[in-house]
Design a protein around this ligand. Structure first.
Ligand code: FES
Length: 371
């Protein structure tokens, strides 16, 4: 028998707000609801910080309760998180580290403070329970398929563990953990995010084979040997070429992994997730210059390497942006004069009126942008 449809609390609230929107014009009821409880808004998705937990000295897990319009993630996906700092609004993308099977309608992100990372430092040091953060919906195609892979290989380094952790937790929650080989790199034993949980998982489930490799621990092996290389891969996972593989970590690791899979003709079995845009090696001579942000009347000196978004923010500007890695086009701005360089390809752009993704472009000499 088909269940009869019933108007749940959310449906009733939606009907009510549809009615009251007419009286709230030019705002919407959602704007007033935000004053009562930011999680009730519909015009912008927000999440409340429920708890924080320090995983390592510089990595913190933040548990978030999302508001209305949230939809759960697939294990491995990421989302955008906004944070106001000093009157400016910054956005970054973080992988979700919890499994979607959570029963309390919360999810977690795990943030590692990176050198020069304004927002990651703020999230790791200053965010506290009770704070509200604007968030986006889960995105990305780095996730487990509905049918679990038979024998996946996971390769991760540093905070690249976060989407992999979501996958592992989800497979455990579903009691469908297959034979997994997991190679994880960290500088030292004390730097391993989720270290205890991973080791406990390996101890409890013989099907989960964990190989922790410390790249900066003193030992017999030369430091160079401890980074990813084909010999280590062959010895830890001889059948890697037949496995579905997920890799997440810094650019150096992913570049090497991708090249190796490509060379072996099995690139289709590899999925990678990057936290930053894949930038090309800078040309031997980069051209410094002066950048004029015409809409705000601000001028800044550029070394020809710093991306234009960061350059603008360092001047106290707050250009709209999203992913900061050349994907979403949330930072598009018009080039009105001069020349910029795409940091991913080193291609030069000097056509007035051209649209520039300022998060992945730097000035190449003098430039003017409508920012
Ligand atoms: S912020 Fe997403 S493309 Fe620049």
């Amino acid at each position: 028998m088909q269940p009869q449809s019933q108007a749940g609390p959310r449906t009733l609230l939606s009907r009510f707000t549809a009615l009251t929107d007419a009286f709230a014009y030019p705002l919407r009821t959602s704007h007033y609801l935000e004053l009562v409880n930011p999680l009730w808004t519909t015009h912008a998705l927000q999440a409340k910080v429920v708890s924080v937990w320090d995983e390592t000295a510089d990595a913190r897990t933040i548990t978030l309760k999302p508001g209305r319009n949230w939809r759960s993630h697939r294990p491995g996906q990421h989302l955008r998180v906004g944070v106001p700092i000093g009157g400016m609004h910054y956005t970054r993308t973080y992988s979700i580290s919890s499994a979607p099977e959570s029963e309390d309608e919360t999810f977690t992100i795990t943030v590692k403070a990176i050198g020069g990372g304004r927002m990651s430092h703020h999230l790791v040091r200053n965010i506290k329970p009770g704070d509200y953060l604007p968030i986006g919906v889960p995105q990305g195609d780095f996730y487990l398929p509905d049918a679990n892979p038979v024998e996946p290989l996971f390769i991760s380094a540093g905070s690249g563990i976060t989407p992999i952790m979501s996958m592992l937790r989800s497979m455990v929650a579903q009691e469908r953990l297959p034979h997994v080989t997991h190679i994880h790199y960290a500088p030292h034993t004390y730097d391993v995010i989720f270290g205890q949980e991973l080791q406990a998982l390996a101890a409890k489930h013989p099907r989960y084979q964990l190989h922790l490799i410390y790249t900066r621990e003193p030992g017999e092996t030369a430091s160079q040997k401890r980074h990813f290389n084909p010999e280590i891969l062959n010895s830890l996972c001889p059948d890697w070429g037949t496995r579905d593989t997920w890799a997440c970590g810094p650019q150096g690791l992913l570049d090497t992994v991708e090249a190796h899979w490509h060379q072996a003709g099995v690139a289709r079995q590899l999925r990678t997730e990057r936290f930053r845009a894949q930038v090309a090696a800078a040309p031997k001579e980069v051209t410094a210059g002066t950048v004029r942000f015409t809409a705000s009347g601000v001028t800044a000196a550029s070394d020809g390497v710093i991306n234009l978004l960061r350059l603008a923010e360092d001047q106290g500007l707050n250009p709209p942006h999203g992913c900061r890695m050349g994907i979403c086009h949330g930072c598009d701005a018009k080039l009105t004069a001069g020349c910029v360089r795409d940091l991913r390809t080193n291609a030069l752009l000097n056509e007035p009126g051209a649209i520039v993704q300022i998060c992945v472009c730097a000035a190449a000499g003098d430039a003017e942008l409508e920012v």
